[in-house]
Design a protein around this ligand. Sequence first.
Ligand code: MEV
Length: 318
Amino acid sequence: MTTSSSSGKIILFGEHAVVYGRPAIAVPVSHLRASATITAAPPGSRCTLFAQDMGEEIHLADAPPDHPLALVLRLALDEANIRTEPDWHILLASQIPIASGLGSGAAISAALVRAVLTHAGQPAPPDTISRLVYRSEELFHGTPSGIDNTVIAHERPVWFVKGRPPQPFAVGAPFTIAIADSGIVSPTKETVGDVRRAWEADPAPYEATFSRIADVVHGARRAIHDGNCAAIGALMNLNQSRLAELGVSSPALERLIAAAKDAGAVGAKLSGGGRGGNVIALVDEDSAGAVQAALLATGAKRVLFTQISQTSSGEFSG
Ligand code: MEV
């Protein structure tokens, strides 16, 4: 039996603009995980995926070529040089809410690839996992930037520009982010598709907003390097205004963001595709409890905390 797991993720700065070549900053959320467990099945039973949380049972031989999980499994088997369908039961389980901006699809795919390679006795380097997961992200998301598969495969904070190797970034002082689930399901494919259609219809203002978001992301890198919490928070607020200009915020998200700030958060924004999913808020020791209570009182389904520190942000290995 082999079990492998992968973390969820949040985008701190730069979502959507990253699809158009601007930089973004993302971090793993290591205590939210998806897992894949492979067990040997009786000879002749072939390969079946049990996707617990989606209530799906997928027989590999019958799955259409564009089924995202079947695709990623076929790619992983190919990468592991397994040419004949193996007799395996694969159980997929996830604590990461679906369609909420936390990278659930990429995390399940990454756990699956890692489990297949490990079960086959092969190395499972992050770059290989990232490359294969990107292929399933294309089916889930349409035109992904590649940031989700990268941060999840490496499980490290990343400075990311589409098409380039990820870079680590310096964290001058640890900081704490509250992650509040609005409970509103919002597939990334839809918000990314809407932004794309609007950009195609009238590119100039969208390009200008993407470039202003890039300025915010560069500023955030400096503020994080300097450990300047007030500046990080102000830049989160600025990023949120730009995301609202792109049309990916919503009244429910704005209410959660306002509640967090009123309760003492240093800054707050949506994270990921937007319209629903999660908002993130920068908190300190004094404000964390009040921010959590305010978010729950304003309708958040749950609030988690994650700390971003230098120890989680070292060199990358392949
Ligand atoms: C999704 O987590 C982030 C987006 O920027 C889409 C992408 O980068 O592929 C909205």
